[in-house]
Design a protein around this ligand. Structure first.
Ligand code: GLU
Length: 220
């Protein structure tokens, strides 16, 4: 189980997310990645690298500095080796939606088979990537990311903390959990999601623990 951080607010998300991931480093990990989003209509900016957080930081450019929302992940590989491609976030085929995940999706093989039949292309060996494609399908049906996540969670077996962002709604982060922790950090004009309070404790001491099988929608 490694690190999950989400941020939306009035400060550059990159610094907040990297700081959160650094505070979760003690848990151990084999790769790290982030997805950030700026104004509506802007594309997601994504970077992911095997190895230490410093490898990820070296891959970042100035493109990342203006985004005020983002998600970040440190991975401990369970399905697929610790490579750049298998690192999270995983994206939908249209590149508009990004998902990070701690845990294991037990029924990912059957989900993947169905999704491939429906035309989705997979680029990683992870169990997580199925969630990105499934969420993108549900989002295109219902047009609301929280509702799409609720529907996806009903189709998943296993343990998960999930965060998702979509470039069409850049000020919203969606989280969900089952048998794996997720905490909301309530700030002033900014809010956090994380697998552990230590990720945001230097910015807010107000935290809400998400209950089992709950989905949360966080805005600034
Ligand atoms: N099962 C996922 C993977 O292997 C997530 C692992 C984790 O919890 O970091 O990519």
């Amino acid at each position: 189980m490694c690190g999950i951080v989400g941020y939306t607010g009035s400060h550059p998300a990159l610094a907040r997310v990297i700081e959160g991931l650094r505070r979760l480093e003690y848990r151990g990990y084999d790769s790290a990645g982030i997805a950030l989003v700026g104004k509506p209509g802007d594309a997601l900016v994504v970077a992911k690298k095997a190895g230490k957080l410093s490898n990820l930081e070296s891959a970042l450019t100035s493109n990342y500095e203006s985004a005020m929302s983002g998600i970040g992940h440190t991975r401990w590989a369970t399905h697929g080796g610790p490579t750049d491609t298998n690192a999270h976030p995983h994206l939908s085929n249209d590149g508009k939606l990004a998902v990070i995940h701690n845990g294991i999706i037990e029924n990912y093989v059957e989900l993947k088979t169905d999704l491939q039949k429906r035309g989705h292309t997979f680029t990683s060996e992870t169990d997580t990537e199925s969630v990105a494609h499934l969420l993108s399908d549900e989002f295109s049906k219902v047009g609301n990311l929280a509702e799409a996540m609720r529907s996806v969670c009903k189709q998943l077996r296993g343990s998960f903390t999930l965060l998702a962002i979509h470039s069409d709604s850049p000020k919203t982060i969606i989280g969900a959990r089952r048998n794996s922790p997720l905490v909301v950090g309530v700030g002033e004009g900014e809010n956090f999601l994380a697998s552990d309070v230590s990720a945001f404790i230097s910015h807010t001491k107000k935290a809400l623990e998400l209950g089992q099988d709950q989905v949360v929608e966080v805005t600034p």
